[in-house]
Design a protein around this ligand. Structure first.
Ligand code: 13P
Ligand code: SF4
Length: 383
């Protein structure tokens, strides 16, 4: 591990870039900054500074499970939250703090700002993006929608505000299946973007008529079905936990398919001592905390550390560090700004999802099904 506080390196990241109305897949080139790792003494000092700054600025830290464990720990200790993208959105919207500091990737900060236009939303690094967002430019997506006006447009949370502004619904991985099942039951045909694997999974589970944008996540796209089969043979009692951004050959071997929160809940509640985990390995911090006696094994990716693109760590989530978090609170820069008209339009599909989730949650609570409620609607059972 490199301990330094001055130099930063840049990592190139190739991602799927669909072309000509989503029909052909090309390759785009993105980049991520690799933050310096502070020494243990620097870490302690930075955490103290951040605690004081959060109080001084009446700010709350909203973090995703994939960011550095130190940031997750700080969010928990200071009354913030560590959550999946649906819970992050809800928490930020409902929290009384005047400033939200979102430790995650750009679309999470934008969603927070769209839902709380009166709050200041800061991020440690505004260039922390997502291959799904990069691979779905708003103008091309808009042309795709124009070509299929008869379809209901459903977009994944991992998109820009401008793409959301073109959508009828936004969904996250924790609730996409239920929302599309309902739209399908109402006879609607779907235009889906951008993650092709999640789209295919939902299509297969619901039978909905879905036209798919061909984007992918650089982390989950690398999990490999054949290698997973071999690993399962070595660990025949292990349960397999898979995020639905993974390819179909991996999803097909899952005991549980779900959002990050749902996978953590499954690790805690399933009657097994060993788990194979196919998602960003930042999640292990919370999985181990939730199930300290259980053993977690990383699902195999496309290569070893020399050849894999992500090695099961999102390069953009990794751009969040203690030093840039402290800096952003100190200087008040890196504020999310969104054009008011785009934000107002993007809010409609997000609110639809949050209202749907609220209705679903109250009906589960009314039914008294605590296990289902506790698991936040995890899709426990064979994929
Ligand atoms: P979740 O909504 O499951 O947290 O997923 C967000 C994400 O970016 C996964 O790669
Ligand atoms: Fe995007 Fe994948 Fe990173 Fe999630 S893990 S933010 S989907 S690139």
């Amino acid at each position: 591990m490199k301990h330094s506080s001055s130099l930063q390196t840049i990592k190139a990241v190739d991602f799927d870039q669909p072309q000509t109305l989503g029909a052909v897949c090309g390759v785009g080139r993105g980049w991520a900054r690799v933050p310096d790792v502070p020494s243990p003494t620097e870490q302690r000092a930075l955490k103290e500074r951040i605690r004081a700054l959060l109080i001084r600025h009446q700010a709350v830290l909203v973090a995703h499970y994939y960011v550095d464990a130190q940031l997750q720990e700080l969010a928990d200790e200071t009354g913030g939250c560590v959550a999946d993208s649906l819970e992050m959105a809800r928490f930020g919207r409902d929290h009384p703090a005047r400033t939200l500091v979102v430790a995650g990737v750009r679309f999470m900060g934008e969603t927070a700002k769209i839902l709380s236009p009166g709050k200041r939303v800061l991020m440690p690094d505004l260039d922390a993006t997502c291959s799904l967002d990069l691979g779905c430019p708003a103008d091309e997506f808009s042309a795709f929608c124009d070509a299929h006006p008869e379809r209901t447009v459903v977009v994944y949370a991992n998109t820009s505000a401008a793409v959301k502004a073109r959508a009828d619904w936004m969904v996250t991985s924790s609730i996409g299946l239920e929302i599309i099942a309902q739209l399908h039951a109402q006879g609607e045909k779907i235009l889906w973007a951008p993650d092709r694997h999640l789209g295919q999974y939902i299509q297969q589970k619901t039978g909905a008529d879905m036209l798919l944008w061909q984007g992918s996540c650089v982390v989950h796209d690398e999990f490999k079905g054949v290698e997973l089969e071999l690993l399962r043979a070595e660990h025949p009692h292990a349960k397999v936990l898979v995020h639905p951004e993974s390819p179909a050959a991996v999803v097909a071997q899952a005991d549980v398919v779900g959002s990050t929160t749902q996978l953590i809940a499954a690790a805690q509640t399933l009657d097994a001592t060993e788990f194979i985990v196919a998602t960003d390995l930042g999640i292990l911090y919370k999985m181990r905390a939730a199930a300290p006696t259980k053993h977690f094994i990383a699902a195999p990716t496309a290569g070893n550390s020399a050849t894999c693109k992500s090695c099961a760590y999102c390069p953009w989530m990794a751009m969040n560090g203690l030093a840039n978090l402290a800096d952003v609170l100190e200087r008040g820069h890196n504020e999310i700004q969104i054009d008011a008209e785009i934000a107002a339009r993007a809010r409609v599909p997000i609110d639809r999802m949050l209202d749907f989730a609220a209705r679903q949650r109250s009906s589960v609570r009314a039914s008294g099904d605590l296990a289902r409620d506790g698991a936040l609607f995890a899709h426990v059972g064979p994929a």
